[in-house]
Design a protein. Structure first.
Length: 117
């Protein structure tokens, strides 16, 4: 059973920074890619950033230039560095790990990020 545990969320003022961490209970190298998603109240869950097991990254347009996703295979952790935070970044942030073959998605329980304006 794969477990993903997010941490690092909290309350921050607009313009501030937070670093989210996602710790996996297994080697993250086995996953084809890992990502961060977020869900604001009343909205659908949306992609924030992805990173492949070769280190390629992809970002939502709304966070490009402000957020950085990274991974540490030795520690089995994925990170999301969030800078220049805005009130619209307020959401529950979820870590996701994806296997392509066989296809399966794993999700963490989420961590709350609240940006005050």
């Amino acid at each position: 059973q794969v477990q993903l545990v997010e941490s690092g969320g909290g309350l921050v003022q607009a313009g501030g920074s937070l670093r989210l961490s996602c710790a996996a209970s297994t080697s993250i190298f086995r996953f084809n890619f890992m990502g961060w998603y977020r869900q604001a109240p009343g909205k659908e869950r949306e992609l924030v950033a992805l990173i492949t097991n070769s280190g390629n990254t992809n970002y939502a347009d709304s966070v490009k230039g402000r957020f950085t996703i990274s991974r540490d295979n030795a520690k089995d952790q994925v990170y999301l560095q969030m800078n220049s935070l805005k009130s619209e970044d307020t959401a529950v942030y979820y870590c996701k790990a994806v296997l392509v073959v066989p296809q399966f998605d794993y999700w963490g329980q989420g961590t709350q990020v609240t940006v005050s304006s």
